[in-house]
Design a protein around this ligand. Sequence first.
Ligand SMILES: CC(C)(COP(=O)(O)OP(=O)(O)OC[C@H]1O[C@@H](n2cnc3c(N)ncnc32)[C@H](O)[C@@H]1OP(=O)(O)O)[C@@H](O)C(=O)NCCC(=O)NCCS
Length: 404
Amino acid sequence: MVAVENGGEEIVVREYDEVKDGSQVEEVERKCEVGPSGKLCLFTDLLGDPLCRIRNSPAFLMLVAEMVVEEKKVVVGMIRGCIKTVTCGKKRSNDHFKPLFTKVAYILGLRVSPSHRRLGIGLKLVCKMEEWFKENGVEYSYIATESDNQASIKLFTLKCGYSKFRTPSILVQPVFAHRVKITRRVTIIKLSPTDAETLYRHRFETTEFFPHDIDSILNNKLNLGTYLAIFNDGLSWRGVDELLASLPESWATLSVWNSKEVFKLEVRGASRVRRLLAKTTRFMDRVFPTLQLPSVPDVFRPFGFHFLYGLGGEGPLAMKLMKALCGYAHNLAKQHGCGVVATEVASLEPLRFGIPHWPRLSCTEDLWCIKRLSAITNQDNEEYDGDWTMSPPGMSIFVDPRDF
Ligand SMILES: CC(C)(COP(=O)(O)OP(=O)(O)OC[C@H]1O[C@@H](n2cnc3c(N)ncnc32)[C@H](O)[C@@H]1OP(=O)(O)O)[C@@H](O)C(=O)NCCC(=O)NCCS
């Protein structure tokens, strides 16, 4: 527990107590916009479980900041953190590369009640969380924030010593009232978690941020499946084992995570005209599904979504296969009553042009900031000299669905 004086009032930072703090934390969450205020804002509904966004990680902690207001102890802020092992580089071993792993911590869900901002509470929460990271041997801590969230960026870069690291893009596709048509030239195969793990470890293990515990993600009940797309031309079915042992020239894969069961989102601040227009597009799409009209889902009430992760592929036609996979994922999300399908890919990701999305709903620059907490150096790294924070970005990044 840490206590600080603030203008005569004491702020206590302590571990979240599920029984005592649940409703107060949800209250703060409801009041906090994510991102800049003043235009359309995104709010989070935690569905009665403030730990929902971190409880699937190997190690996690949630802290709350508490103050005495009118003789009552009130929660005015919170922060979540999780620790895991991920790939941070690669090393040559004979004719191939081997991944180098590091212990990282991810900070998410930092919120301070609007009535208590600029009192140093956010800073205290981050410092206390970093203490826990260090106690647990973490080498790097990172956060993701919108590139126009000045409060968050200034807090982390100016006050906490983080530096700008990667700028992946969040791509969001609305779930229409109609099913998306998928070309018949493509076969989509659902892989078992074991086969998916084989494919991921074989092909993606040297991608930065690849989680060492990929098996626990693939076996989690929130994981709806890993799908592999290939062209049918000349394909004679050889079973998954043989297929994975010798993939065709072009192939693509992705996995679907059911974020709908974890938390919901809501867009607030839209005018009545905008809402009405959206409703009209939905009505038209429902009445004339064969026209495949792009309609705006009802994102002005809490809505759930599916997150696509582990996107990748190879070959000259991989982009077409990725498009087919995204169509398949769209139809799955429609079946589950989701509002949108979202994914996050590296800014240099070659397959990003095969991922359908609406630029107005997407975020081209999600800013990831990083800080080195201790120096457990990977001396034999092929790409940079020990310090990951100084390394150039790769073509791809593995975005863990538990972090989104
Ligand atoms: C970001 C947030 C957590 C900051 O909490 P806070 O308790 O107000 O932050 P602090 O008082 O500890 O501020 C520390 C420093 O951060 C920076 N900062 C914080 N809010 C700022 C703002 N609105 N504008 C510019 N800089 C800001 C300043 O450098 C500040 O130091 P200073 O007050 O000495 O100038 C809070 O604004 C919030 O909950 N926002 C909504 C949710 C969100 O965006 N979370 C971040 C997601 S990663």
